[in-house]
Ligand binder design. Structure first.
Ligand SMILES: [Zn+2]
Length: 323
């Protein structure tokens, strides 16, 4: 049995030879999952990064378990994703020139790509999950290709804005993926990255660690990974208390690891993680208010989402019709 605090052998993705130790031995459901922290840079990840093959098997199995072979997301799920796209458009659209090229890496069911397209941007995306990609293309008529993040197509033009939203925490090698993405940005382009914030005051430590989330970033470790990959912080778009990190980066010369890492990150992260537990999480007022609101929202959503999706599909079909 490996316990929190125990040193482990496997290397840190950022600083290969630095000592790491176990931060948690359980996932959010209480199942065994070893999560480790690097004592040098504070990067938190699975103790053992899964192989490409193991990751593929995990997603194939998860896909079967969660969707029972169905490739069509529910109308509620589509509407939530659409609202997320509208939120991103409101946040990022005003920074873009009319018709700017927007590309989403890991586009899911294509809602964000379609929202940007309908706002007048040249919006495309890639999505490796075939079921999601098919939904994006066939139902939303969004320009989403079925491909991994690392497979550039011949017709891909450099993006004025890249989007990487709740994707980076799932990747085996985020630095390598960020390097690939950086090479697909225009020289004055921007990359927006959003992912869970491990350091948020109410990040639920007991429920944070998840087999699908290979990495658990803080602002410091995400910025360090980005800097090593040649992306410098243009603007932090989230505060330290926010549940999600939201950061805007621009291409820059890649930084050396020793220059990119924040020496205080390890201490801050271990402190943030240890003061939390499941009890404080569930008793906090914001959590209870959010839960109550979510339960109410879900009941309403179930009643109206199907009609909403039918209207949206008619609208995108009308957009696509000639004349
Ligand atoms: Zn490290």
């Amino acid at each position: 049995m490996t316990l929190p605090g125990e040193p482990i052998e496997s290397p840190c993705t950022l600083c290969a030879d630095a000592p790491r130790q176990i931060l948690s031995a359980r996932d959010r459901r209480g199942a065994p999952l070893l999560t480790a922290i690097c004592r040098r840079c504070g990067l938190v990840s699975h103790a053992d990064i899964p192989t490409e093959e193991a990751l593929r098997a995990f997603y194939a199995q998860r896909y079967r378990a969660e969707y029972h072979g169905e490739v069509t997301p529910s109308p509620k799920r589509v509407r939530r994703a659409w609202r997320q796209g509208e939120r991103l458009l409101a946040r990022l659209g005003p920074r873009l020139a009319p018709g700017a090229r927007v590309h989403e890496f890991g586009a899911g069911i294509g809602c964000t790509v379609k929202v940007f397209e309908r706002a007048g941007f040249d919006a495309t995306g890639v999505e490796p999950g075939l079921g999601f990609q098919r939904f994006a293309e066939a139902r939303l008529r969004a320009r989403v290709r079925c491909a991994t993040l690392d497979e550039p197509a011949a017709d891909d033009h450099p993006a004025d804005l890249g989007l990487l939203v709740h994707v980076i925490e799932h990747l085996r090698d985020p630095v390598a993926s960020l390097e690939t993405i950086r090479d697909r940005l225009a020289p004055d382009g921007l990359l927006y990255v959003e992912c869970p914030n491990l350091e948020a005051p109410f990040a639920r430590f007991g429920r944070m660690f998840h087999e699908a989330h290979i990495y658990n970033f803080t602002a410091a470790t995400l910025d360090a990974a980005a800097a090593v990959a040649g992306l410098s912080l243009a603007e932090p778009m989230s505060g330290p208390r926010d549940e999600n990190l939201a950061r805007l980066y621009r291409p820059a010369a890649p930084a050396a690891v020793e220059d990119a890492i924040d020496p205080g990150a390890y201490a801050r992260t271990t402190h943030a993680v240890r003061r939390l537990n499941v009890v404080t999480y569930h008793l906090r007022p914001r959590y209870l208010r959010t839960r109550a609101r979510k339960i109410g929202e879900r009941a309403t959503e179930a009643a109206t989402a199907r009609r909403w999706l039918a209207r949206l599909e008619r609208a995108v079909a009308a957009d696509a019709a000639p004349g």
